[in-house]
Design a binder for this molecule. Structure first.
Ligand SMILES: CC(C)(COP(=O)(O)OP(=O)(O)OC[C@H]1O[C@@H](n2cnc3c(N)ncnc32)[C@H](O)[C@@H]1OP(=O)(O)O)[C@@H](O)C(=O)NCCC(=O)NCCS
Length: 137
């Protein structure tokens, strides 16, 4: 399989939306056209965006917010289900880490996905994670 990786931040809204739907992060019954038209805003506003492509099809994405030195946080790592198990998720994270190799890398995820991150070299730390929840979703 010929997978191409890109760093453009302005990912195409429709394809990004379809990718989010495919992994259960967006709900087709609860989305307006205006939401789709703005779907890539948080990617555009991120420090790093890496996307994976097969021909013209967006098959994976990840974004990072970073101070470019000490601390970098991974968000929205997603691979189309039919492309799982091809090393795309691992490669997307590897390419992120390559930008700031000495930084601490953080990710917030669910218990079932923690095993993926552990498998690619992340460790659980015991800091308490506090939040004021987002009001947009
Ligand atoms: C998590 C996700 C990004 C993994 O992407 P992927 O491209 O299928 O993963 P890779 O093929 O790169 O897997 C790399 C390694 O991790 C392993 N792995 C993949 N998913 C795993 C999981 N859920 N638990 C444990 N190990 C896992 C693979 O077996 C592979 O191991 P190997 O290199 O020893 O063979 C993908 O399953 C996905 O998009 N899930 C839905 C969205 C999501 O939950 N994102 C992460 C939360 S922020």
């Amino acid at each position: 399989m010929n997978i191409t990786y890109k760093t453009d931040k302005a990912l195409p809204n429709e394809q990004l939306y379809d990718l989010f739907v495919s992994v259960g992060w967006a709900d087709k019954n609860n989305t307006t056209q205006s939401m789709i038209d703005n779907f890539n805003k948080n990617f555009i506003n991120s420090t790093i965006v890496i996307s994976a492509w097969v021909d013209e099809k967006l098959v994976g994405c990840v974004r990072v917010l970073s101070d470019k030195m000490f601390r970098s946080v991974i968000y929205d790592l997603a691979v189309l289900p039919e492309f799982h198990g091809n090393g795309i998720g691992r490669e997307l994270v590897r390419r992120c880490k390559e930008h700031y190799p000495d930084s601490e890398w953080l990710v917030q995820t669910t218990a079932d996905k923690a095993d993926f991150y552990k498998h690619i070299g992340f460790e659980v730390n015991n800091d308490v994670f506090l939040t004021v929840p987002c009001k947009l979703f």
